[in-house]
Design a protein around this ligand. Structure first.
Ligand SMILES: Nc1ncnc2c1ncn2[C@@H]1O[C@H](COP(=O)(O)OP(=O)(O)OP(=O)(O)O)[C@@H](O)[C@H]1O
Length: 257
């Protein structure tokens, strides 16, 4: 069953002079329930715009977005958006526990929210860090806090906009393994925007490649690598190398020799 559907989605942004600028042109994409889909595309082609429309944070100019069969025009309760810039998404005056609990305290009250936060912190490997403040943690740990907060709301779907791009290469591999683990355990549906071809192949079931702006779907590839995957050994498989070759050629607009 399709959990997220973008049907012929077009997006225009108003421009100061002249006609509106078309960023996206008739994009149709369906993410199945429980699927991990990655979106790749050239810089500035509209990946974040696509994700924001999928999250109900930005209106479409034409077409529609459906989540669990319902047409949406505002953020739906099933989905949580994880931003790239975790330093801006965490509240510096709240400790880690209260940052995570923030997602549910309006519903559960502060005490229950703190209990939920402790559980979620354990799941992202941060048990015992609840009293710390975000600025006392490394970048990778801060992003773990942001992920714990996203999970606290018990979403069915995670929408992630380059969530690992601000951390160093090794921390990135660690966070990729964490997301794979969480996705498997919770049977989430994930839509991940990334610049990183290897990240897309390591994590996703399918990869959508967007064209230059105005974006449309250039390719939709089945990764077809068995799970569980490992950030190290998966990168050595022939299928991985073949996909990387194909995707880089597409993104660099090179023709096969
Ligand atoms: N609010 C806005 N008003 C006008 N133009 C916008 C607005 N938001 C985005 N754009 C334009 O839409 C295009 C797509 O932007 P978007 O951030 O979605 O691309 P992206 O593929 O995520 O980029 P990157 O790979 O650099 O992160 C860009 O040319 C951008 O300048």
């Amino acid at each position: 069953m399709d959990f997220l559907e973008l049907n012929a989605v077009t997006k225009d942004f108003p421009s100061r002079s002249g006609p509106p600028a078309r960023v996206m042109d008739g994009v149709s994409l369906a993410v199945r329930q429980g699927e991990f889909m990655a979106v790749l595309g050239p810089s500035g082609c509209g990946k974040s715009t696509l994700l924001q429309m999928a999250a109900g944070l930005l209106p479409v100019s034409a077409g529609e977005v459906r989540i669990a069969g319902r047409r949406i025009s505002a953020p739906p309760p099933e989905a949580v958006y994880v931003f790239q810039q975790y330093t801006r998404s965490l509240l510096p005056w709240r400790n880690v526990r209260d940052n995570v609990g923030f997602a549910v305290e309006h519903r559960l009250g502060r005490r229950r929210a703190r209990d939920v936060a402790e559980v979620q912190l354990g799941q992202v490997g941060l048990a015992g860090f609840g009293d710390h403040f975000p600025w006392q943690l490394s970048g990778g740990m801060q992003q773990r806090v942001a992920i714990a907060r996203a999970l606290a709301a018990e979403p069915a779907m995670l929408l992630m906009d380059e969530p690992f791009s601000a951390v160093d290469a090794l921390t990135r591999l660690d966070l990729q393994a964490l997301i794979l683990d969480i996705w498997t355990r919770r049977q989430l549906t994930v839509l991940l925007v990334t610049h990183d071809v290897e990240e897309a192949i390591t994590l996703a079931d399918r990869i959508a490649v967007l064209t230059q702006r105005p974006a449309s779907v250039a390719q939709l590839l089945e990764v077809g690598i068995a799970r569980p995957r490992d950030p190290v050994t998966t990168r050595e498989l022939p299928r991985f190398l073949q996909l990387r070759h194909q995707l880089l050629n597409t993104l660099l607009a090179r023709h096969e020799a």
